[in-house]
Design a protein around this ligand. Structure first.
Ligand code: GRF
Length: 205
């Protein structure tokens, strides 16, 4: 299966994919990495792995539609079977999502309800609020939820609502800060991202 990976930050999830590819644990090949942040550590990780990387920042006064269309064209040139948003921090316009759906997945560092609703039911039956948006780890701490986690889901034009492919619960510890909690969430994210991609690879001829 041919992968395109979209990143904005440190790229530790991307690194997990690169490492899994190198050790033949990934039934897919990363053909291109798209990054919107010129200084992101994800770029050096990609170069180190000798994978093509294209940096496409969103200019201040640019049209988001045109910028997203440019990314679509770049992606299309690499003919990906699956586009993986692995820490991509920008909401994409519906035109972009519609072009790639259902072959586009996203990671979210919290537990998204399967029904798209406002509550998530934990494995022990307790309910916690759905935590969507760009600050899910900070918001989990602020809300005081006992458990948070991570989700890999298909993308639909409505942000953080698409069909759930995999999830892991992560307990919030009494002395957690944003960094410690996010690091434990990321450990789970890296694992399920590889699992989800390998499952999806079985469906690609
Ligand atoms: C992950 O927690 C992802 O869910 C969120 O951004 C983080 C990216 O981490 N959207 P990294 O850049 O892969 O280290």
């Amino acid at each position: 299966m041919r992968l395109a990976v979209m990143v904005s930050g440190s790229g530790s999830n991307l690194q997990a994919l690169i490492d899994a590819q190198k050790s033949h644990q990934l039934n897919a090949t990363i053909k291109v990495v798209i990054c919107d942040q010129p200084k992101a550590q994800a770029i050096s990780r990609t170069l180190e792995a000798r994978i093509p990387v294209i940096c496409v920042p969103l200019a201040k006064k640019a049209s988001r539609e045109q910028w997203a269309a440019q990314i679509s064209e770049l992606l299309a040139a690499f003919k990906p079977d699956l586009v993986v948003m692995a820490g991509w921090m920008r909401v994409m316009p519906a035109s972009f999502v519609e072009r790639w759906t259902p072959n586009i997945i996203n990671q979210h560092p919290a537990l998204l309800p399967h029904d798209g609703g406002e509550c998530y039911t934990l494995s022990d039956g307790r309910q916690i609020p759905a935590i969507r948006g760009a600050h899910a780890v900070r918001d989990a701490l602020a809300l005081g939820v006992p458990v948070t986690g991570c989700t890999v889901h298909q993308i639909t034009p409505i942000v953080d609502v698409g069909p759930v492919l995999a999830q892991v619960e992560v307990a919030v510890l009494p002395d957690d800060d944003q960094d410690s909690l996010h690091e434990r969430i990321k450990q789970a994210e890296r694992r399920i991202l590889v699992e989800v991609i390998n499952n999806l690879a079985q469906t690609v001829a």
